[in-house]
Design a protein around this ligand. Structure first.
Ligand SMILES: Cc1ncc(COP(=O)(O)O)c(C=O)c1O
Length: 384
């Protein structure tokens, strides 16, 4: 007779394989030989700080984006700080921005001593509502800082018109939108200055932190280069307060390997998004791609009134999800002194309650996509 525990083992079905929210193992394995070769090149050169590797990456990504200047920096957060500093934005200035984003956008505004002024978002794109921006302009406003959230660009045409009317700078937080287009122009090429992140989960991910500043303005480019290295204008000559905001040569070498594949990665993100597009229903709304824009789906974010029950159901089916972003920025403790109350920016607050990000990374396999679709289909909000 068998021991009872071994019988139990025989009849217990194995759990279904889990679908990760993000996994870059397959991408790294595919590119491993090229990456090793590129890293070896840097190690042999012993030029770890700036140098030809960073300069070559800057030329290559500037050509891809269609901008005059690309400046490799240490992170997306630092790119934002440099952009604001290059525009001399600081104490006493106001910057109009979105309350529904990663904290870094507002963090950079606070870091330079300026005041963030939050304007509510459009419910379907999650981006800054350009129609409300003009009403928020005051004599102290210096810039508009939209975020191209989740990989779709904010309405840059409308925002440019407001910026021009009021003499304001337009800064793009394009951290999540490398490769996105609006009327044929790439994110990072439509503002006065653009900011990108190469955080590992971004569409072009480094093996650590990294970022980029882009501009078509020679003076802003020169200032950004100076700010990323202690405000130097020449060796040991600091013209202004900068910092150590340099992109590592090893990260630049890795990014140079990946950049030629970016269009392919983005096409696969879009393919995955199309795969999900059939499962919308009364209890679930899908992200909307607006006319004239190409979404690059850094995140695929659905909305549901039963968001927490849906997330729990997906997890029970083995599908990992994330909440972007659970607390809008105007309600963060770090912004308490600006006096925003619950209910003051209702669309951002509703998105924070309803948004749920599904796995969308390029290397998702068909069985994973099908498992997500199955799990979404089997969700019954009445049985929660
Ligand atoms: C919209 C947005 N802005 C800024 C950042 C900051 O980038 P980093 O993490 O490279 O500092 C991020 C990164 O998550 C982001 O998503």
């Amino acid at each position: 007779m068998k021991h009872p525990s071994s019988t139990a083992q025989l009849i217990t079905a194995p759990p279904p394989p889990a679908v990760p929210f993000f996994d870059s193992t397959a991408q790294t394995s595919e590119l491993m030989a090229e990456i090793q070769h590129a890293m070896e090149r840097v190690i042999r050169s012993q030029r770890f700080i700036l140098g030809e590797e960073v300069a070559a990456f800057e030329r290559e990504i500037a050509a891809y984006l269609g901008v005059e200047h690309a400046i490799g920096v240490s992170s997306g957060t630092d790119a934002l700080t440099i952009a604001l500093s290059a525009l001399s934005i600081g104490e006493g200035d106001e910057v109009i921005t979105t309350p529904y984003t990663f904290f870094a956008t507002t963090g950079a505004i606070l870091r330079v001593g300026a005041k963030p002024v939050f304007v509510d978002i459009e419910p379907d794109s999650f981006n800054l509502n350009a129609e409300l921006v003009a009403q928020a302009v005051t004599p102290r406003t210096r810039a508009i800082l939209p975020v191209h959230l989740f990989g779709q660009m904010a309405d840059m045409r409308a925002l440019r018109a407001i910026a021009t009317d009021h003499g304001l700078a337009l800064i793009e937080d394009a951290a999540q939108a490398l490769g996105a287009l609006q009327q044929g122009t790439r994110a990072g090429a439509l503002g006065d200055i653009g900011c990108f992140s190469f955080f590992p989960t971004k569409n072009l991910g480094a093996f650590g932190d990294g970022g980029l500043v882009t501009t078509n303005d020679d003076r802003l480019a020169e200032l950004s280069r100076s700010l990323r290295s202690h405000g130097f204008s020449a060796k040991h000559l600091s013209q202004r307060l900068g910092g150590n905001y340099r992109l590592d040569a090893l990260q630049a070498a890795i990014l140079r390997v990946k950049l030629p594949y970016l269009e392919g990665f983005n096409a696969r993100r879009r393919r995955n998004a199309r795969h999900y597009s059939e499962v919308a229903g009364p209890s679930l709304s899908l992200p909307r791609e607006l006319p004239g824009r190409t979404h690059v789906y850094n995140q695929f974010v659905v909305r549901s009134r039963e968001r927490d029950a849906l997330a729990a159901h997906l997890l029970a089916c083995g599908v990992r999800t994330e909440h972007y972003y659970p607390i809008p920025i105007h309600l963060q403790p770090a912004c308490a002194r600006f006096g925003y109350l619950v209910g003051s920016l209702p669309e951002a607050e509703s998105a924070a309650r309803q948004a749920l990000a599904l796995p969308i990374f390029p290397e998702l396999e068909d069985w994973m996509l099908n498992a997500v679709v199955e799990a979404l289909r089997s969700f019954d909000p009445k049985h929660t």
